[in-house]
Design a protein. Structure first.
Length: 114
């Protein structure tokens, strides 16, 4: 199981597009959730932070081994998601947090790994 938390800076002037992107994901959640199975993505959560003059998106995920990379997906949802990503995210700004402790009850992790 791979547990990650990463931070990305939103490109200047793209806050309104991020609003649109998050609305798109929420409005199409049924289709979004269907794409997670192929990725073996058990949990994916996006957080948003506005600090000083910058804006950041954080991705928290719990993913199984051997899942499909989102970049390889043929899903229209994933393709649109990646279009928003390219427009809004400064890829040079990625910060990966170091996980120190994971507290997932064994019964939950066993279910996730099925």
């Amino acid at each position: 199981m791979n547990i990650e938390l990463s931070k990305f800076r939103v490109k200047d002037g793209k806050s309104a597009v991020v609003d649109e992107w998050m609305k798109f994901l929420n409005d199409n959640m049924d289709e979004v959730l269907l794409t997670l199975d192929g990725e073996k993505m058990y949990v994916e959560t996006i957080f948003r932070e506005k600090a000083f003059d910058s804006e950041y998106l954080y991705w928290y995920s719990i993913q199984g081994e051997g899942g499909q990379d989102v970049m390889e997906s043929e899903s229209w949802i994933d393709k649109k998601h990646l279009e928003y990503w390219d427009e809004c995210i400064d890829n040079d700004s990625q910060v990966d947090m170091k996980m120190e402790v994971s507290m997932i009850p064994k019964r939950i992790s066993v279910e996730m790994m099925k």
